[in-house]
Design a binder for this molecule. Structure first.
Ligand code: ZN
Length: 330
């Protein structure tokens, strides 16, 4: 009887548990961690474009997660504190370093700098050369974080830098790209090894080039949210820069509870509420969108003076009020 890994029955035939007939497999290239509930602190914001026209996009599962012409996989990090501490980027396979760039500053794109000052779209990069004509590119690395030099040999899993905000990037992420040199250089999607023409069932693991395909960070995740408090109206650009100083809760008279959602569909809406410690509703707001959104921002606020909470710090305020949000079907 043939068994597949998908039906929960382990197969002892390596040809059936291994993803494809590729001579090379890649491991997760970034240090995403998974909480006790199995939720990773990264998400794949953009996949490689499988649409062959110049005007539209589809990911390997025919979904909308990405943009026209995207050549790699974008691993977005959601934990700001871990980002500031440094999230390691790993060599995805054994190889040799063929190129690095490490001096590009972080965050210029989010600072609205003129294009002329942003000379390098990929920012800080490492390019690795592997066997069988494969190369991997790691882009937008943090300034000064690249730990390898051209000519170095690395093993899969070696740290080669940290996730950053260099180059043309709107949020902290690793752009990971696989190239294969044949007659010309082609971009290979590790989620769909066999090419672009047909949509691949998401669970068709034989199409994949991942060595750790069951890693939660490599799954097609449900819509994710991220939330927090500020003492000012949030702007996406600033929220997307963990290094950017912000007006914190308690530093002004307004208390804003904000929620970002990622990959929100038209069937969903976000409902935000601020309540007092007795559960009484103080303020609410909902956000829905007419088209699929890679990223949204929704927020709701109250005045601290109206609640008698002036002059308290964030921890003290959050003993008196709390925020909750729900992503629900319309
Ligand atoms: Zn990218």
């Amino acid at each position: 009887m043939r068994t597949s890994p998908d039906n929960g029955i382990a197969s002892d035939n390596p040809e059936e548990t291994n993803q494809s007939n590729s001579p090379i497999l890649f491991q997760l290239p970034v240090d995403c961690r998974t909480d006790e509930g199995g939720t990773p602190d990264c998400l794949i914001q953009n996949y490689k474009d499988h649409d062959t026209t110049r005007t539209s996009f589809k990911d390997f599962s025919c979904g909308p997660r990405g943009y026209d012409g995207h050549t790699g996989t974008d691993f977005r990090v959601l934990d700001d504190k871990r980002y500031r501490d440094g999230i390691a980027v790993f060599a995805a396979a054994d190889g040799r370093v063929s190129r690095i760039e490490g001096r590009e500053p972080d965050g210029l794109y989010l600072e609205n700098q003129p294009a002329a000052e942003r000379r390098n779209p990929a920012g800080n990069v490492v390019l690795l050369q592997h066997d069988f004509g494969y190369r991997t590119l790691y882009a937008h690395l943090k300034k000064g974080s690249v730990t390898v030099e051209p000519g170095d040999y690395v093993k899969a899993g070696d740290v080669i830098g940290f996730v950053g905000l260099s180059g043309f990037t709107e949020f902290p992420h690793l752009h990971f790209e696989i190239r294969r040199k044949t007659a010309r250089t082609e971009f290979v999607d590790p989620f769909s090894f066999q090419g672009n023409e047909t949509c691949v069932e998401e669970r068709s693991k034989k199409q994949r080039l991942w060595s750790d395909d069951n890693n939660p960070s490599l799954q097609y995740q449900d819509t994710r949210t991220k939330s927090g408090w500020l003492g000012e109206k949030p702007k996406s650009r600033e929220l997307n820069n963990p290094d950017k100083p912000k007006v914190l809760l308690g530093q002004s008279d307004i208390a804003i509870y904000w929620v970002q959602s990622f990959h929100q569909t038209t069937e969903q809406e976000l409902l935000l509420k601020i309540k007092d410690s007795s559960g009484n509703l103080l303020s609410k707001h909902q956000c829905a969108f007419e088209s699929f959104k890679a990223q949204t921002l929704c927020f709701v606020g109250v005045r601290l003076s109206s609640l008698g909470l002036t002059g308290r710090n964030q921890d003290e305020i959050l003993q008196k009020i709390y925020g909750e949000h729900e992503l629900r079907s319309k």
